[in-house]
Design a protein around this ligand. Structure first.
Ligand SMILES: O=C(CO)COP(=O)(O)O
Length: 260
């Protein structure tokens, strides 16, 4: 059995504040005392510096806990005339270890095609960031029994452009669109089924990667449904939206992951 350390990553989306970061760190210092799960904060880019400073100033109190920082997006380009964009190198310089790639909100609302997602995946790795690649089917696709087809397509484009070995340093998040922000999470069985499919697909090319890659579930995770979802054999934690904005709920989710 591979030892995959569970991860709880908070995707704040366009929410939160420097004050929320401070509140979270106060609770981390009191309650996060072991490294059996990894905790990642992905605030809006403008707050990365606040979180970086909090990570730095809480080094002692967080001793034993693994708290890290990620961004929500990056440019596929290295530099240049791309107004409003942020490069992988800039995120790396800001202290990020992770970056979310291909979130359904970006695919849907900002025209990110699977090709762009694959380029962003490459850009992240080029600059020493670990991509958290989001995949997931829409409600109609699930109803039409096209879930596996959609997931396979989204994965395969990234594999084709970057090679399977690129997944040696990546995380995948399964986020069904019908569960994101709807209050209706996937059942533990639905999540397990898709996670196993993703793991098997990667295992076909590299059993090592299939066995070791962490696959997070995202979509309406709360402290009341997390334990059953995180307990599934192929679920390695969660990518949390709404509940990551409430420090008590987020801390509960971290504790649940630590005992999963
Ligand atoms: O999109 C998500 C995380 O990236 C999930 O959002 P919710 O937890 O708010 O459903």
């Amino acid at each position: 059995m591979a030892l995959r350390r569970p991860m709880v990553a908070g995707n704040w989306k366009m929410n939160g504040s420097a004050a929320l970061a401070q509140e979270l760190f106060k609770k981390f210092a009191a309650k996060l005392q072991n490294d059996s799960a990894e905790v990642v904060l992905c605030p809006p880019s403008i707050y990365l510096e606040s979180v970086r400073q909090l990570l730095e100033s809480n080094k002692q109190t967080l001793d034993g806990a693994l708290v890290r920082m990620g961004a929500q997006n990056l440019s596929q380009h290295d530099f240049g005339a791309y107004t409003g964009e942020i490069s992988g190198q800039m995120l790396k310089d800001s202290g990020c270890r992770y970056v979310i790639i291909g979130h359904s909100e970006r695919r849907r609302m900002y025209g990110e095609t699977s090709n762009i997602v694959a380029e962003k995946f490459a850009a992240a790795q080029k600059h020493g960031l670990t991509p958290i690649l989001c995949v997931g089917e829409s409600g109609p696709a699930r109803e039409a029994r096209r879930t596996f087809e959609v997931i396979a397509e989204e994965l395969d484009i990234v594999i084709e452009k970057n090679g399977t070995m690129a997944f040696d340093n990546a995380i995948i998040a399964y986020e069904p669109l019908w569960a994101v922000g709807t209050g209706k999470s996937a059942t533990p069985e639905q999540a397990q089924e898709v996670h196993a499919f993703i793991r098997n697909r990667l295992s076909e090319v590299s059993p090592f990667i299939g066995e070791n890659i962490r696959i997070l579930y995202g979509g309406s995770v709360t402290p009341s449904n997390a334990a059953d979802i995180f307990a599934q054999p192929d679920v390695d934690g969660g990518l949390i939206g709404g509940a990551s904005l409430n420090s008590s709920e987020f801390l509960s989710l971290c504790s649940i992951a630590m005992s999963a």
